[in-house]
Design a protein around this ligand. Structure first.
Ligand SMILES: C[S@@+](CC[C@H](N)C(=O)[O-])C[C@H]1O[C@@H](n2cnc3c(N)ncnc32)[C@H](O)[C@@H]1O
Ligand SMILES: [Zn+2]
Length: 188
């Protein structure tokens, strides 16, 4: 069965390597249209260049919106110490790339541009993923459904995994304690 391109009206995907499709991990994602060799610049993360002050303002505004509506994502990428890229634009299809704990891509910076590039050879029809690199500030709000063998269960950068695993174990311990203490059922 031919996979459907899931671009919406007004959106664009200008890469010859990939296209937007429905994802089994979450919503829509980007998929390889053909075999992509390791080290390829697949798609540029396009957007508006903004300074850190504006970036903070937009970031917090979108987090507030997400709390209100449950439906808003932050698409801001660090460019350097002074500037970020806000990729919340319909022509930036790279914003739709999902996270994986075992990614086949990563973001790299070339001059003023952010590229999503392949970490290994990627087969036609594979979904593209990178690690979002989130810190642990609100780890419980970001469960991961990437399905990778080494999935840690939450979206977080690898540097945070040792601490994340401790927190998950501590939480499990607390839940088990609560279950043990709950009163026994009475038989009828
Ligand atoms: C930048 S969007 C990615 C595009 C998204 N799939 C869409 O259709 O809009 C980021 C959001 O996608 C979801 N997401 C991405 N990767 C995920 C994963 N591995 N597990 C669960 N949710 C994920 C999370 O809700 C995250 O906040
Ligand atoms: Zn995962």
């Amino acid at each position: 069965m031919k996979e459907e391109n899931a671009l919406l009206e007004g959106e664009r995907c200008d890469s010859k390597w990939c296209e937007v499709r429905r994802s089994g991990v979450h919503g829509r994602g980007l998929f390889a249209k053909k075999r992509i060799p390791e080290g390829t610049n697949i798609i540029e993360y396009l957007g508006e260049k903004i300074d850190k002050e504006e970036s903070n303002r937009r970031g917090w505004a979108r987090i507030d919106l997400a709390k209100e509506t449950g439906d808003a994502a932050v698409y801001i990428f660090t460019l350097d110490d002074e500037f970020d890229i806000d990729g919340d634009m319909p022509w930036n299809s790279a914003r739709l790339i999902n996270h994986s704990c075992e990614p086949n891509c990563e973001a790299w910076i070339e001059g003023e541009s952010i590229w999503i590039g392949s970490l290994r050879d990627i087969e036609k029809d594979e979904e593209l993923f990178y690690n979002y690199g989130f810190d642990l500030e609100s780890w419980e709000d970001h469960p991961c459904h990437c399905g990778a063998r080494r999935c840690v269960g939450h979206i977080a950068g690898e540097d945070y995994w040792p601490e994340l695993k401790k927190r998950i174990a501590a939480k499990k311990g607390r839940t088990a304690g609560v279950l043990k203490k709950s009163p026994k059922r009475q038989s009828a």
